[in-house]
Design a protein around this ligand. Structure first.
Ligand SMILES: C[C@@](CO)(OP(=O)(O)O)[C@H](O)COP(=O)(O)OP(=O)(O)OC[C@H]1O[C@@H](n2ccc(N)nc2=O)[C@H](O)[C@@H]1O
Ligand SMILES: Nc1ncnc2c1ncn2[C@@H]1O[C@H](COP(=O)(O)OP(=O)(O)O)[C@@H](O)[C@H]1O
Length: 287
């Protein structure tokens, strides 16, 4: 059991996000459409048979190693092994903005679960990894499954769907949004009627939207301004609880033209929406 492996941890978009109720424990029940982006972080795993510990090669700014979802995922997986395991060094190449609604931390956790299940030869099933992942965050299971999905519950009930694989311009307004704060806002819409059939289409803004958007626009003028700017070129929407927003385009060049004209001081990227996770594509190539 030796070797080194570099794998992608892609971003997700919530193409729409409806809040349809609240559970007894206070968590909100969602209906959302997840699609991956062909853009994200990279993680490199190197087994260290002579040293048993699980370590990052470099700590992430603002995230203590013990709280890092990569370390937490690796430890949770190691706890499932009856036998001692070789240690591992993990290097994170971070491209996704943190707390941006792109699911970077959750995706890092899912990549870690799949990579180490492979390198440590643990043989856990996808169901077992998704369950383990749910304990780390609501968005981890969709990254473990690796297929675009209609998500329900807190995002753990997943129905695979095939939305159009368009191009997206993703912008990160210069503010950080705490998910818990948005879900605790009094003015949040919490009673959107449930959809009964998993939809793969979400273009109709009168029917499909992000229920966090009104509250986020009011609290964060930077997001409001960015949405107004992007909406000049077509429908613009918030992903997750923000702060990132996205616009959809039929071609890469159409998205890049708008990207070139973006206001100064705002960061972002252009990426393709994909229904099969780049992580799973790479793992399949390895097998
Ligand atoms: C909203 C979504 C949509 O994909 O994405 P992000 O914007 O975070 O990427 C996710 O459901 C985010 O799930 P997750 O990543 O587990 O949320 P956390 O940051 O742990 O949640 C912080 C807090 O928000 C509240 N919370 C979160 C999710 C949910 N369905 N209902 C809630 O009420 C809870 O109070 C929780 O303690
Ligand atoms: N490896 C990681 N990458 C990103 N964030 C992480 C990681 N480990 C822990 N976190 C924490 O998780 C929070 C949510 O991050 P992230 O998943 O990128 O955003 P979001 O949930 O908004 O999509 C961060 O603010 C950070 O404190």
């Amino acid at each position: 059991m030796t070797g080194s492996l570099t794998l992608p941890a892609p971003a997700k978009l919530n193409l729409f996000l409806h809040i349809v109720g609240r559970r007894a424990d206070g968590y909100h029940e969602l209906q959302t459409l997840f699609q991956f982006l062909d853009y994200g972080d990279d993680l490199t795993f190197t087994l260290t048979p002579d040293q048993p510990d699980i370590r990052l090669t470099e700590s992430m700014t603002d995230v203590p190693d013990d709280d890092n979802l990569v370390i937490r995922a690796a430890r949770a997986l190691a706890a499932r092994s009856p036998a001692p395991l070789p240690g591992v060094r993990i290097a994170i190449t971070k491209r996704l903005p943190m707390g941006g609604g792109l699911g970077g931390g959750s995706s890092n956790a899912a990549t870690t679960l799949l990579a180490l299940n492979h390198l440590w030869q643990l043989g856990l099933s996808e169901d077992e990894l998704a369950e383990l992942g749910l304990g780390l965050g609501a968005d981890v299971p969709v990254f473990v499954r690796g297929h675009a999905a209609f998500g329900e519950g807190v995002g753990e009930r997943l129905t695979p769907v095939e939305p159009a694989e368009d191009w997206f311009l993703v912008l990160k307004p210069a503010c950080n949004i705490n998910t818990g704060k948005i879900f605790s806002e009094e003015g949040l819409t919490r009673n959107t009627p449930r959809i009964t059939i998993a939809p793969a289409f979400e273009g109709d803004a009168s029917r499909y939207r992000n229920d966090c958007e009104d509250v986020v626009r009011k609290l964060y003028p930077e997001v409001n301004q960015s949405l107004e700017w992007l909406a000049q070129f077509g429908p613009a929407r918030l992903t997750g609880t923000g702060a990132c927003i996205f616009g959809r385009f039929p071609t890469e060049s159409a998205a890049r033209i708008i990207w070139e004209s973006k206001p100064s001081g705002i960061t972002g990227f252009v990426a393709k929406g994909v229904n099969h996770s780049p992580l799973h594509k790479k793992l399949t190539e390895l097998k």
